[in-house]
Design a protein around this ligand. Structure first.
Ligand code: ADP
Ligand code: MG
Length: 250
């Protein structure tokens, strides 16, 4: 589903991704852990084509999505193809990024109507089903400000699901939440993982990663320095930096 090879990314002269190899199989749940500033969000943004890459290639769901080097040429994909490739990709951010002036249902209905041309009635029907799936059927007509952070994040997950994605990227989806609201968001993500959704999750929730990850990658200073099963990476890390990081967060 995702195959990133030799991905490099610079911000000015700062090399933020220094040759990242990262892959996720169809139906896999890849958890990405690592210290702040190591490049986790940048990698997700490159996979989602929010950032162009400077070298390497990223294939998502069979489509080349990153700008890529072929021979010595950077190949830039046409905007229309980028947009088409991105339709199958959902993203859930740390801050819920809901439209404040739209109700929960309208937030979920927005993309299917504007991008897919779905009728208002069909989009509403789908939105109510998805809000029910994330436990928010009774909150469909509430505005974000009337919802808790955990509820807003669940609406954001329903909104990502509304485009029927093949893959959902989560960037620290529970980091901005009060501790008592983390569990309800993780429960929704656990259900999604069990339903076979392919997911890439940047998280500091180590116990959650151990429970649901099909692979765990530890990123440090622009490189994935250790990658393997949850048992290998979380319980038996080889790399001293992985060990130090886990000791600090656990
Ligand atoms: P993480 O998500 O692991 O905390 P990031 O991917 O956000 O790390 O950041 C990696 C590095 O790239 C950091 O040093 C950060 O300051 C830098 N960085 C991220 N985004 C930008 C940007 N838009 N412009 C310049 N530097 C950036
Ligand atoms: Mg980040």
């Amino acid at each position: 589903m995702v195959d990133a090879r030799g991905v490099r990314k610079y911000f000015g002269s700062h090399e933020v991704l220094r040759g990242v190899d990262f892959a996720v199989a169809d139906g896999g749940v890849a958890c990405l852990i690592g210290p702040s500033g190591s490049g986790k969000s940048t990698l997700l943004r490159c996979i989602n084509h929010l950032e162009p890459i400077d070298a390497g290639a990223i294939v998502v769901n069979g489509a080349l999505i990153g700008h890529a080097v072929r021979g010595s040429h950077i190949v830039e994909l046409p905007e229309r193809q980028i947009a088409r490739n991105r339709i199958g990709l959902g993203m859930v951010f740390q801050r819920f990024n809901l439209f404040a002036h739209l109700t929960a249902a309208d937030n979920v209905m927005c993309a299917p109507m504007t991008v897919r041309g779905m009728s208002r009635a069909d989009a509403r029907r789908q939105a109510l089903e998805l809000l029910d799936r994330v436990g928010l059927a009774a909150r469909a007509d509430h505005y974000p400000a009337q919802l808790s952070g955990g509820q807003q994040q669940r609406v954001a997950i329903a909104r990502a699901l509304a485009m029927d994605p093949n893959l959902i990227l989560f960037d620290e989806p529970t980091s901005a939440l009060d501790p008592e609201l983390v569990g309800e968001v993780l429960a929704v993500m656990r259900d999604l993982a069990r339903s076979g959704m392919t997911m890439v999750i940047v998280t500091h929730e180590i116990a959650f990663a151990r429970e649901i990850a099909t692979s765990v990658s530890f990123m440090d200073d622009g490189l994935i320095v250790e990658q393997g099963s949850a048992a290998d990476v979380l319980d038996n890390p080889c790399n001293p930096r992985t060990r130090a990081f886990l000791k600090a967060v656990l």
